[in-house]
Design a protein around this ligand. Structure first.
Ligand code: NAP
Length: 231
């Protein structure tokens, strides 16, 4: 890709793995962060200061990009700037609006989470996190942009849950997945069209890592709302 992939949250734990993996793949990368220090980012990465809560900051940050990865920690306040409504609902909509401004429509990859359709889960007690995440996902699915929504299970920094990757699409499961497996899923989703218009959950289990991500992603059902993306 000649145009950069923008990684919003690209200085975070998952985001920095995505950034490195994209660089290894030969992609140009632009990290979007509120306050990351350039010296802490890999060489060759472009850095843009922006905050997803402020729409104006995102327009220069997303200019001319081939793809956007949104990996933003939501916060847990009930209301206000650190509430999930501000970050993973308004923030997602701000990023979508910025992405839609440009002639070339970028592939938008949203990192969400499992449990979003299970409102009764205790995580929803924190600023209605799950409700706002789901509304952010819906905004992505309805955006008209080519998109992929990835719902990781509980994140780990090691690979104790195993290397095999299991994808599901009914949001009924529970389990663990390494940040490196999620980073790989993000990068693989950006290759080709197999993951476009798809929403899926991601788990690790004992076994071998996927030999063929294309096949794994190719088995996913297109989302019902915008099934034409997959055809
Ligand atoms: N922890 C889990 O078990 C779990 C499970 C499933 C999904 N997830 C989700 O997976 C994603 C990655 O998780 P992680 O633990 O790797 O994240 P992380 O290390 O906490 O990084 C998240 C990034 O969010 C960015 N961010 C926060 N507020 C922002 C704002 N207003 N504008 C722009 N950027 C903002 C921060 O960037 P700067 O500080 O550089 O601005 C930070 O680097 C998150 O969305 C997380 O909620 C987590």
């Amino acid at each position: 890709m000649d145009s950069p992939v923008v990684v919003i949250g690209g200085a975070g734990r998952l985001g920095s793995l995505v950034t490195r993996r994209l660089l290894d793949d030969g992609s140009k990368v632009r990290v979007v962060s509120r306050n990351a220090q350039r010296g802490r980012l890999p060489l060759g990465v472009e850095l843009h200061r922006a905050d997803v809560r402020y729409a104006d900051t995102l327009i220069p940050a997303l200019s001319g990009c081939a793809a956007v990865v949104f990996s933003v920690e939501p916060g847990t306040a009930e209301t206000g700037p650190d509430a999930p409504e501000s970050t993973v609902y308004d923030g997602v909509r701000n990023a979508l609006a910025a992405a839609a401004q440009f002639a070339e429509q970028p592939h938008f990859v949203l990192v969400s989470q499992i449990f979003v359709t299970r409102r009764e889960h205790p995580m929803n007690a924190y600023g209605r996190l799950l409700d706002w995440r789901l509304r952010g996902e819906d905004a992505v699915r309805e955006s008209g942009l080519p998109y992929t929504v990835i719902r990781p299970s509980w994140l780990t920094d090691d690979r104790t849950a195993g290397d095999r990757v299991r994808l599901e699409q009914d949001d009924r499961g529970d389990g663990w997945v390494s940040r490196s497996a999620v980073a790989e899923a993000v990068v693989q989703s950006l290759r080709g069209r197999a993951a476009v218009g798809r929403t899926f959950e991601l788990y690790n289990e004992p076994g071998q890592p996927p030999a063929d991500w294309g096949q794994l992603l190719g088995r996913l059902k297109p989302d019902p709302v915008l099934a034409h993306w997959g055809s």
